[in-house]
Design a protein around this ligand. Structure first.
Ligand code: B12
Ligand code: SF4
Length: 463
């Protein structure tokens, strides 16, 4: 069979991205675990035009909640052409009934154990409606099909070494989506990290781990990093703040080429951290933790969320200065989003605070889909945009780059310069995160899909 794997996307900025930095691993991983007798193509709607008039026998779509409207529009368009369309990913896992309205079959949870069966059923005309995936043991996973990535992505080598996370933050689906904590054999990870068939030196040099929490099992991460030293790569990952209390690990991270760590700091409010069940974060330790990591020349990227119940406009805007004070190199600023399958969704639903008239386009991390407690939805959006504009003003972004000049190692400085420059450039040309309330039906008029699909992406969701 010919299979088209599509990663659906809806632009999150007014004029789209000026540059597409890192690709998802999902499509190229699914392509790699597809039995070899089938032909696979991978399309990323973020950068590729999607061809409805494809000769593929099977269309497989992956998407997050924020991109569900685009995925459904594609499904409608493909099915009109008589194609069989299947889907998987976090949104499908938690919204099965709704997804089944649009797709011939869905895969819930992790796909490794059911994807080959789905393909063989589809080839034999025996497709079932639902394939319930189970947590994969992560043994013998092949190298992602990097050869199928479009050239437009700047970084290419995305890798997953582990799955799962032992924490249970209230806004996160990982504990239920990827239960338990599982590890790939170190030799498999090294094989992928050493994959060098890319045209540009930085694509060979940079290894970006798309793990939930790579450093959590110390014996494993120590072994992996020790073995990575001879590869002489630059690598980045997401990790918990507790790494800052482990100087030996930090030294090993430095020795093995770590240039950036993403920490989910989320908030500067004690009550908000308690609401988030983020027990691993201690506000009093933020500065020291960031300093310990930066002392190794490693850039600290960090996520912050606006919209906790204790937030008001000022507390949100204040984060622009607070994150500068603790020494963050690259901030990622989002709005609280009640994803299905999370504790926060259940709380807000019980309190009748989900804004049911807002479609999935509001679930892109930059819009408001629930009624905040101390302020209203418009005030939350405005406060977030003020925070975003202040944080990425040339003055603040410039200060962060300059600070890195004297502290960060070469790769980390490049990363900080590139990412602060990227967001600051958006700020200068007013390429702000899209306000979905200003779009007809919350649909993005500049998304990179043909016009016909754009119109159908305004489809109402089933009740
Ligand atoms: C890496 C990652 C990122 C990266 C890469 C994004 C990307 N587009 O891939 C970055 C840092 C950019 C990112 C950003 C965001 N992310 Co993110 N991210 C992750 C993370 C940690 C790992 C995902 C991953 O690559 N896993 C490895 C691959 C191999 O597995 P997978 O994608 O889950 O796919 C498996 C199954 O789901 C299934 N599957 C998936 N699709 C399909 C399709 C078919 C046809 C089939 C058969 C099977 C199938 O099979 C795969 C193999 O088992 C997850 C957490 C998690 N554990 O899922 C969050 C997660 C996916 N992100 C999430 C969110 C919300 C975001 C943001 C919106 C956050 C924000 N506030 O801005 C942005 C969106 C930006 C964007 N452009 O996409 C949420 C999504 C929740 C939801 N219901 O939609 C998650 C689940 C985390 C959470 N908070 O709960 N993210
Ligand atoms: S630490 Fe990160 S991955 Fe783990 S539950 Fe919390 S938000 Fe999710």
């Amino acid at each position: 069979m010919k299979i088209d794997l599509i990663i659906a996307y809806v632009q999150r900025y007014e004029f789209g991205h000026e540059y597409d930095f890192v690709p998802p691993i999902t499509g190229i991983h699914l392509a790699a675990i597809t039995p070899a007798e089938h032909t696979v193509r991978v399309y990323h709607q973020q950068v590729d035009n999607i061809h409805i008039d494809t000769d593929a026998d099977l269309i497989a779509i992956s998407f997050f909640s924020g991109f569900a409207m685009a995925a459904y529009a594609l499904a409608v368009a493909f099915r009109k052409k008589g194609k069989t369309v299947v889907a998987g990913g976090p949104h499908v896992t938690y919204c099965q009934t709704e997804a089944l309205e649009y797709f011939d079959a869905i895969v819930t949870g992790e796909a490794e154990n059911v994807w080959p069966q789905l393909i063989s059923d589809a080839a034999g005309g025996q497709l079932k409606r639902l394939y319930a995936g189970s947590p994969c043991d992560m043994q013998d996973l092949p190298t992602p099909r990097y050869d199928l990535l479009p050239n437009k992505f700047f970084i290419r080598k995305v890798i997953q070494a582990t799955r799962g996370c032992p924490f249970s933050c209230s806004f996160c689906t990982v504990p239920s989506l990827n239960p338990g904590f599982r590890l790939r054999p170190v030799k498999d990870v090294l094989r992928d990290a050493g994959y060098d068939n890319f045209p540009y030196w930085w694509q060979r040099k940079v290894v970006w781990f798309w793990d939930d929490n790579l450093t959590i099992k110390r014996p494993y991460i120590r072994e992996l990093l020790q073995e990575m030293i001879p590869l002489k790569k630059w690598w980045l990952t997401q990790a918990s703040m507790d790494i800052a209390k482990d100087p030996e690990l930090l030294d090993l991270m430095k020795a093995s080429g770590c240039i950036g760590v993403f920490l989910g700091i989320e908030s500067f409010g004690v009550d908000s951290l308690a609401d988030a069940n983020k027990r691993q974060n201690k506000i009093a330790n933020y500065s020291a933790a960031v300093k310990a990591i930066r002392q190794r020349g490693i850039a600290v990227m960090a996520g912050f969320i606006a919209g906790f119940d204790h937030d008001d406009e000022q507390s949100i805007i204040n984060m622009a200065d607070q994150l500068m004070e603790i020494g963050i190199d690259v901030p990622f600023l989002s709005i609280m989003t009640p994803f299905r399958g999370t504790p926060i969704y259940h709380t807000l639903q019980k309190e009748n605070r989900i804004l049911e008239d807002r479609n999935w386009n509001y679930y892109n991390g930059y819009n408001v889909a629930f009624a905040p407690k101390k302020i209203d939805a418009d005030q939350l959006l405005r406060a977030h945009r003020t925070l975003w504009k202040k944080s990425f003003s040339p003055w603040y972004a410039g200060k962060r780059i300059l600070r890195g000049l004297f502290t960060l190692r070469w790769g980390a400085l490049l990363l900080s310069t590139f990412m602060n420059g990227f967001y600051s450039y958006k700020r200068i040309r007013k390429n702000y995160p899209i306000d979905m309330t200003k779009r007809k039906n919350g649909v993005n008029a500049v998304e990179p899909v043909p016009h016909a699909q754009r119109e159908s992406s305004a489809l109402p969701l089933p009740a």
